[in-house]
Design a protein around this ligand. Structure first.
Ligand code: NDP
Length: 273
């Protein structure tokens, strides 16, 4: 399939018992080539995990992330699929499993925002793009993840969504579409945790605050991440790896009794008046 390609796959060690295979972490990260997804992939690589790196446009960033995950000690492949397309999402999970076998975790992270402006000025195209990617795309990925994880024999299975503190703050005059899309993710986390708990699958989310990634370029406000981050109680924007650490913990067996939860990684932004 020309839409995806495999890079630098490491080989499995040859003496693996079936028990070892069941406990090995094997995750797919949507939007894994850049920003928070990339940081999460690198941390997973450092733990020796297998990581599918989904992206849709920036192939060179995905290549770099694959290479860096391998340097860190993990196994990685890039997966070029558009999460807003149903067939792509199904093919993405199939491609991932053909590279690394049964899934243990899915990080539903890919997301976009748009120019900072009040709702009255939004174009219809902008509204569609934001809702399509952040809501529809996340739901498609969550549905496929639910199906695959229910069949997986892995010991520790979970889904982690990347929401935003915007779901609580509303982001007036900036992007109420984005804030609402993340509200949908918060709600989906709670409902899906209840649906999948009896199957032994945990579902959680992280709500980042202002994190230094390319996403702020889409706002059209120069220096946005630094300006807003410096106003947080901790006095600075966050790093992508600081969000990645929370995601990795939620995926790990150390979080075995945590489901339906949201962790704010926001430098205290929600508590500042
Ligand atoms: P980036 O812009 O750095 O990365 C976004 C990633 O999503 C890219 O890898 C991009 O792929 C991918 N992506 C976008 N659309 C699609 C699509 N249709 N199909 C597949 N992949 C897609 O953003 P961040 O790392 O900052 O954002 C990651 C998540 O964190 C988002 O959900 C965002 O809303 C959330 N978040 C970020 C905050 C921040 O301050 N940075 C704050 C709160 C939440 P490609 O590389 O190919 O373009």
């Amino acid at each position: 399939d020309a839409r995806h390609s495999l890079c630098y796959i490491n080989y499995l060690p040859i003496h693996l018992t079936p028990q070892m295979v069941l406990t090995m972490a094997n995750i797919l990260v949507t939007g894994g080539g850049r920003g928070i997804g990339r940081a999460t992939a690198l941390l997973a690589g450092a733990r020796g995990w297998s990581v599918g790196i989904n992206y849709t446009r920036d192939a060179s960033a995905a290549d770099r992330t694959v290479e860096d995950v391998q340097k860190a000690g993990g196994r990685a492949a890039k997966l070029k699929f558009d999460i807003t397309r149903e067939a792509d999402v199904v093919d993405m999970f199939s491609a991932h499993e053909s590279y690394f076998g049964t899934l243990s975790g899915v990080v539903i992270n890919a997301g976009i925002t748009a120019k900072s402006q009040p709702l009255a000025e939004f174009t219809t195209e902008r509204l569609r793009n934001v809702i399509d990617t952040n809501v529809f795309g996340s739901y498609l990925c969550a549905r496929e993840a639910s199906r695959r994880l229910a069949k997986s024999g892995k010991k520790n299975r979970s889904i982690v969504f990347v929401s935003s503190v915007a779901s609580k703050l509303g982001s007036p005059n900036e992007y109420v579409d984005y804030a609402g899309s993340k509200g949908a993710i918060d709600s989906l986390t709670i409902g899906l945790a209840k649906e999948l708990g009896p199957k032994g699958i945990r579902v959680n989310n992280v709500r980042p605050g202002i994190i230094k990634t390319d996403i702020h370029d889409l706002s059209g406000v120069p220096g946005r991440a630094d300006k807003l981050g410096n106003m947080s109680p901790l006095g600075r924007p966050g790093e992508a790896s600081e969000v990645g650490e929370a995601i990795i913990w939620l995926l790990s067996p150390q979080a075995s009794y945590v489901t339906g939860a949201a962790i704010d990684v926001a430098g205290g932004s929600l508590t500042k008046s």
